[in-house]
Ligand binder design. Structure first.
Ligand SMILES: Nc1ncnc2c1ncn2[C@@H]1O[C@H](COP(=O)(O)OP(=O)(O)OP(=O)(O)O)[C@@H](O)[C@H]1O
Length: 423
């Protein structure tokens, strides 16, 4: 089932003993099949708003409408079975295996064992965990990132149209976080759920969000817009301050790896003779070969030197492989390259399949292009006139040392006329 729209209609939440409402008369529409990110300072009411959608917190006033149905009066448990919910660190039950954790809601819905088992395996595949390796493990036998993946799989188990996520990637290291974000975008490409996600990380909001809601205290909506417009045209000083001073660099977060050209690579497989792969690398004039498994997922990245020392290509994955998803931002790609100090990264698409290579130069070129585009745009904008006149004066002043005052004035007039003609 794909996503459902959500409407918060004049929703207020007053906690007992609180002077001001945590959420004060909020009205907002969350379009079906989109990712909406909630950001704002601590205590502004993001989590309260999120939890009112599945009625883990009951609104004091107002209506919540999901897919056209007023859910405010509906039985809370029934409602929650139809809405996936993901929290930090996955929120898994420690005494249950991965399979049992994922199968909880289907079991409550009365599915038979075979159907649940098939669904568990399907979901583990979706979140890039090998079912044979992971279905019988306990949460403590998983890394933080793997627990989070299982949390997402569990939330998707009964194919709900809506997924609520509260700081889902808050508890994992930065690189794992980037990978989980990429995976969420891949999953969303396949499933098109309506996803509402609370985050403290504005970059994460820009990367994941089709829409970003920036809240002030009492869940006052300061701006609810696309990431592009929030960065390019903040609605208020509050939003400007919230975005912070790195807004220019944050534009990098708006360009995705899939938008820049990837380099091709020589690909090899485990079991091949290293000399054969080396011959292909030499013929292509490349420095490296990417080794992929039987599902075309990259497992090693071998230099000519390394290939020269090997006999047969092994199937042992390199845990430090610098990999970014195709939906990752150029920021993420740079981070990954810097951490691995490889100067390049392998790019993967859906289900982690290898797509190509991105290098630092490609990212730098993309930055230069976006800067040039920004300059051209500002030349055409009204403010460009002021900028233009300022440049005229500056170039006239630098010419003054070698020319008479009259000729400087002439040059300035000419430049000004050129500027006007160009308008
Ligand atoms: N159960 C509760 N009882 C009383 N007050 C509460 C309760 N839950 C939240 N609040 C208050 O409501 C306000 C909004 O809290 P909420 O958790 O929604 O904020 P938030 O934006 O998610 O914050 P953070 O980013 O710190 O998680 C805060 O002032 C908080 O102290």
């Amino acid at each position: 089932m794909t996503g459902a729209s959500i409407l918060l209609d004049h929703v207020t939440k007053r906690f007992p003993g609180q002077v001001k409402p945590a959420v004060d008369g909020l009205t907002m529409e969350i379009p079906a099949g989109k990712i909406v990110m909630f950001v704002g300072p601590s205590g502004c009411g993001k989590t309260t708003t999120l939890k009112m959608i599945n009625r883990l917190i009951e609104p004091t006033e107002g209506r919540i409408v999901v897919d056209g149905d007023d859910v405010t009066e509906m039985n809370g448990d029934t409602l929650r079975r139809g809405i996936g919910y993901v929290i930090q660190a996955g929120g898994l039950f420690p005494h249950m295996t991965v399979a049992t954790n994922i199968g909880i809601v289907p079991k409550m819905l009365g599915w038979d064992k075979a159907r649940i088992a098939a669904r568990v395996d399907e979901l583990l595949e979706l979140v890039s965990l090998d079912p044979a390796l992971y279905r019988d493990r306990y949460p403590k036998e998983l890394s933080g990132g793997q627990q989070q993946r299982v949390g997402v799989a569990r939330a998707l188990a009964a194919d709900p149209p809506v997924l609520l996520m509260d700081e889902p990637f808050g508890a994992v290291d930065p690189i794992t976080r980037l990978r989980l974000q990429d995976e969420l975008l891949n999953i969303q490409d396949e499933l098109q759920k309506t996803i509402v996600c609370v985050t403290h990380d504005f970059d994460e909001a820009v990367k994941l969000g089709d829409w970003i809601a920036i809240f002030n205290e009492g869940a006052q909506l300061e701006q609810y817009d696309t990431p592009e417009r929030i960065l390019g045209d903040p609605a208020s000083e509050f939003v400007e301050n919230f975005i912070g001073s790195g807004a220019g660099l944050k534009q990098l977060t708006l360009t995705r790896v899939e938008e820049v050209g990837l380099a091709e690579a020589v690909v090899g497989n485990p079991g091949e003779r290293a000399a054969d792969v080396l011959a292909r690398v030499a013929e292509a004039g490349h420095g490296h070969a990417v080794i992929v498994d039987d599902r075309r997922r990259p497992i090693q990245w071998l230099s000519r030197r390394k290939l020269g020392r090997l006999d047969v290509i092994s199937d042992v994955p390199d845990p430090k492989l610098p990999v970014v998803g195709i939906r990752a931002t150029l920021n993420d790609a740079l981070d990954t390259m810097l951490v691995s100090s490889a100067g390049a990264a392998l790019v993967t698409g859906r289900r982690d399949m290898f797509k190509g290579v991105i290098d630092v130069q490609t990212v730098m070129d993309a930055i230069t292009r976006s800067q040039t585009a920004a300059v051209l745009e500002s030349d055409q904008a009204p403010v460009g006139l002021n900028t233009g006149m300022f440049q005229v004066q500056a170039s006239a002043a630098s010419a003054a040392s070698a020319a008479s005052v009259d000729s400087v004035a002439e040059a300035a007039d000419e430049l000004a006329a050129d500027t006007r003609a160009a308008q």
